[in-house]
Design a protein around this ligand. Structure first.
Ligand code: F6P
Length: 531
């Protein structure tokens, strides 16, 4: 599927990205949705390469599958489910049919219930045993944590509700650290779990319920649940009026637009949450309507395929020059790697190309003082994705924001431009000479020609965050469709879960059931030391 692109890539392998720039390149190799600009001109993609990449979309019938997704077809074929997180942000309520039934009345009714509850929590109409709610603890993991946790941090400037805390890890240090900061009498606990069976979440939920029972007569009254299993939430003792359900066609890592976003809604308020949904909807409309060479999610996906599957760069760094997006890389790790980290295609046959890349990153400028050394001079090329806002939320410190932006733009320029041996020598002339000048200069050479893309936007508002998250969701969809992957299941997490259950009696010393020598040796060492 990538043959023609690989032939093209071999022809241009030594071409400098910088040599592609004429007065029109920046404009022709960028695209825009509303105020969000996507610049991919600092890659080695030229007009021919882009045309070949767009051919991939047509041969994989991305347009057909995109419409099937929006129309509620069961495109999650291994689980026989529709994929309709887009319905959660379909604010105008136009019909979306699953098995002939319009799901929108239910979606909008749940949104209304969430809003009423969020208003009550924020306004004091819903209170704890000790008065108005001051803290909200969201207990969830994976998609039931990373989305709301990332977005709650990203939209901190818009917080005007109770403080929100996120507990995810089964490590008791996580829950204990949060409980130390909260008063049970004024805390609302939200148990977020699509399945309501996830061991980490249910263990933490029981721990928090026990903590609350010590101080509050009716702890269940200060619990809410976000789940698609309403029987299990009832068994846990959470009254139906505080249970916010969603259908199985909302995948865990795509779920923050619905009930799983409740903690975010309580933090920023229903109006700002709706703005977040509106941003997602704007991206959906663009994705469905824009032609491929102007379609930002499709282009972002094609750049990803070009770097990973065609050129073989196995990782991509996500580098937000926007500190509020500190958890975006972690969020994208689940979104992209749990979705597209698969070994087989939809029909069960082995993939003929590499699966999705390793995604990682940190906000700039912190990363510059940590791993950028390797990005600039390491032997492997790491395509970078920069995100940067024109304005922060600290108007009085705008000059400091300008320094941030200068750093962001400087990095992508430096990656592309590099520094030759001659330039390095010229900088050192006068300090060294002869062989020592050659030796010292060699350390200061940057090969350059390293690709990056940049997403630039006016400010990280709720609406803009919605656009960015939906952009990445659609990128995953496009990449998976070209690769033939089902990005909506996650069988790869099952084996570890099964073995953890089997090991529980062994680590507790109740069983000596045989495991491999290494595992048995580690258990013995830990038990000797207090396990
Ligand atoms: O890690 C596997 C997974 O199923 C994720 O896909 C999901 O987001 C997470 O566990 C949590 O699942 P749940 O919301 O059912 O607790």
């Amino acid at each position: 599927m990538f043959d023609a692109l690989k032939v093209h890539a071999a022809r241009i392998v030594d071409r400098r990205i910088g040599s592609l720039f004429d007065e029109s390149r920046a404009a022709t190799f960028s695209a825009q949705v509303s105020d969000l600009l996507f610049d991919y001109s600092k890659t080695n993609i030229d007009a021919e390469g882009r045309a070949l990449l767009i051919d991939l979309l047509d041969s994989a019938d991305v347009a057909g599958r995109r419409e099937a997704m929006f129309a509620g077809a069961a495109i999650n074929e291994t689980e026989g489910r529709a994929v309709l997180h887009t319905a959660l942000r379909n604010l105008d309520g136009s019909p979306v049919l699953v098995d002939g039934q319009d799901v929108m009345p239910e979606v909008l009714a749940t949104l209304d219930r969430m809003e009423a509850f969020a208003r009550a929590v924020r306004g004091g109409g819903f209170a704890g045993a000790g008065g108005p709610i001051r803290d909200v603890i969201n207990i969830g993991i994976g998609g039931s944590d990373l989305g709301p946790a990332m977005a709650t941090l990203a939209l901190a400037p818009y917080h005007d509700g109770p403080r929100c805390h996120f507990v995810s890890n089964v490590d008791p240090a996580d829950v204990a650290g949060v409980l130390r900061r909260c008063d049970p009498a004024t805390t609302l606990v939200i148990v977020a779990s699509k399945t309501f069976t996830t061991i980490e979440t249910m263990t933490n939920a029981r721990t928090v319920k026990a903590w609350m029972s010590e101080a509050v007569a009716d702890p269940g009254a200060q619990f809410a649940a976000l789940s698609s299993d309403l029987e299990k939430t009832a068994d846990f003792g959470i009254a139906p009026e505080r249970v916010f359900g969603f259908a199985d066609w909302v995948g865990g890592r795509y779920s923050m637009w619905g009930p799983i976003g409740l903690s975010l809604m309580i933090a920023i308020g229903p109006e700002a949450f709706r703005a977040f949904l509106r941003g997602g909807q704007t991206m959906d409309r663009h994705f469905r309507a824009a032609r491929w060479d102007e379609n930002v999610p499709a282009l972002l996906a094609l750049v990803g395929l070009w770097h990973n599957q065609v050129l073989g760069h196995a990782t991509r760094a996500v580098l937000p020059y926007d500190n509020a997006l500190a958890r975006l890389p972690a969020y994208l790790q689940q979104l992209e790697m749990e979705s597209n980290g698969k070994g087989v295609a939809m029909d069960g046959t082995a993939l003929t190309a590499d699966s999705g890349p390793v995604v990682w990153g940190e906000p700039g400028t912190n990363g510059q003082h940590a791993f950028y050394q390797l990005i600039h001079q390491g032997t492997r090329v790491i395509p970078c994705e920069f995100l940067v806002a024109a304005r922060g939320h600290e108007d009085d410190l705008h000059h400091q924001h300008q320094l941030l932006v200068a750093n962001c733009l400087a990095q992508s320029e430096a990656l592309m431009r590099g520094r030759t041996l001659e330039e390095a020598k010229a900088k050192l002339a006068g300090k060294f000479d002869g062989a020592e000048l050659d030796r010292q200069a060699a350390h200061r050479v940057f090969t350059g020609n390293r690709p990056s893309v940049t997403l630039a936007y006016p400010q990280l508002t709720p609406e803009m965050l919605g656009m960015i998250v939906a952009l990445y969701e659609h990128r995953v969809f496009v990449e998976s469709t070209v690769l033939g992957i089902n990005s909506y299941d996650q069988w790869g997490v099952e084996l570890g879960k099964e073995l953890a259950t089997a090991l529980q009696p062994v680590v507790e010393g109740r069983s000596a059931e045989g495991h491999d020598g290494s595992t048995a040796g580690l258990v013995a060492h830990l038990r000797k030391n207090g396990l």
